[in-house]
Design a protein around this ligand. Structure first.
Ligand code: UD1
Length: 366
């Protein structure tokens, strides 16, 4: 059986690492197993890509499409054209995609049009917000996929409601959490950036178009974070797209001299998880960080109007506050004033999701 496993952007890398490992454990008992790792090149900065491969010991990709940045249509189209050639040459039995980035959707459409089966890891997540590019990617991918691996029962329900056949859905757990559980002790033991002390800082991550592409929205968010930063310093490893916008809107200069918000370069996986484990709280608009903080028991304040990961609010540490300054401040100050919530870790977020996925994949006919 021949598989091509796809990775394109930063949040994909921690999801594919345990799948690669689970495949390689099966190799001795499956002579005919062939797994190719394909990087689309959607993220290409060493800090957004290579560092993750090194930290997580992911083998060097067999194929790199090198598509780079561009508009959504350009990026998606470049992946599709390049991936079609790969599929025609390699003739895989299965293409395995993860997450919800442009590369996920582009490779799914390409493979399906060539009659190649697709498995989607992290299927069924829905924000019900079509202004998010990721929601469009999730919907297109799930409607086409032959196997849908889900992280929680809410995702199963979403898929059933959309008419996906029961036998295609497999609730397996969360491969991002497989990676977290495997590496968190090591990450926690790493030194913190200079001048930071455990439990005495908050973390900010911000990169969604809805938050950073509009001058008024971005400057209001930064203003609110500044106020929080006066009570507890905020560390901000900034995504290149956010740095670009801050520069464009004339907000970067003042931030670079700010003491309440400390701007850092994007961090690779282990130092970032180390930073999270020792933080007092995280303010974010990321998807994956909502899940990681839930497992680590760190309060997470999500500055988005909705989440495709509601399980993290239902049982975990996530508080959805939207972009309203007052709501962000109130939630952050409540954490700083010691508000505690009873939380738990979602079912099957136990470090064995990739093993379950590979078992299902290998049980399928060629
Ligand atoms: C992508 C994903 C998003 C994910 C995020 C994590 C889509 C639609 N979005 O968003 O779901 O949460 O990755 O980071 O797929 N850039 C660089 N270096 C890089 C990559 C990007 O400088 O290595 C800059 C470029 O200016 C680029 C911009 O960031 O135009 C946006 O990159 P892109 O991959 O289009 O989307 P992200 O915002 O990173």
């Amino acid at each position: 059986m021949k598989f091509i496993l796809i990775a394109g952007a930063r949040p994909n890398f921690m999801k594919i690492a345990p799948i690669m490992e689970a495949f390689s454990k099966q190799r001795p008992s499956h002579d005919d197993l062939q797994v190719l790792l394909l990087h689309t090149g959607q993220h290409y900065d060493p800090k957004m890509s290579d560092g993750f491969f090194e930290d997580l010991h992911i083998p060097h990709p067999d194929i790199n499409l090198g598509v780079g940045s561009g508009s959504h249509a350009q990026q998606t189209a470049r992946v599709m054209v390049a991936f079609e050639e790969v599929c025609l040459r390699e003739q895989p039995d299965w293409v395995v995609v993860v997450g919800d980035v442009n590369s996920t959707m582009a490779c799914t459409i390409t493979a399906k049009k060539l009659g190649i089966r697709v498995a989607h890891v992290e299927a069924g997540l829905r924000s019900f917000d079509m202004s998010m590019p990721e929601e469009i990617n999730r919907l297109c991918t799930d409607v086409l996929a032959d196997l849908l691996f889900t992280t929680d029962p809410i995702a199963d329900r979403n898929l059933r409601r959309e008419g996906v056949a029961e036998e295609k859905i497999h609730f397996v757990g969360n491969t991002m959490i497989d990676t977290l559980l495997q590496h968190m002790d090591h990450a926690r033991a790493l030194p913190l950036p200079d001048g930071l002390r455990a439990n005495e800082y908050a973390i900010l991550t911000l990169h969604r178009p809805g938050n950073v592409d509009d001058r008024k929205t971005l400057s209001s968010l930064i203003g609110t974070i500044r106020e929080i930063g006066r009570r507890l310093p905020v560390v901000f490893p900034a995504h290149p797209r956010t740095v670009g916008r801050l520069k464009e809107f004339g907000l970067l200069g003042s931030l670079q001299h700010e003491t309440s918000i400390r701007l850092l370069e994007p961090m690779s996986y282990l130092p970032f998880i180390g930073l999270v484990t020792h933080s007092r709280m995280v303010l974010t608009d990321s998807g994956g960080i909502q899940e990681e903080t839930t497992v680590l028991g760190i309060p997470c304040i999500t500055m988005r109007p909705n989440t495709e990961r509601p399980i993290t609010c239902e049982v975990g540490t996530n508080i959805l506050v939207g972009g309203n300054p007052e709501s962000i401040r109130t939630a952050a100050f409540a954490v700083l004033d010691g508000a505690v919530r009873q939380t738990s870790i979602p079912e099957k977020w136990d470090g064995r999701a990739a093993e379950r996925i590979v078992r299902v994949l290998l049980s399928k006919e060629v």
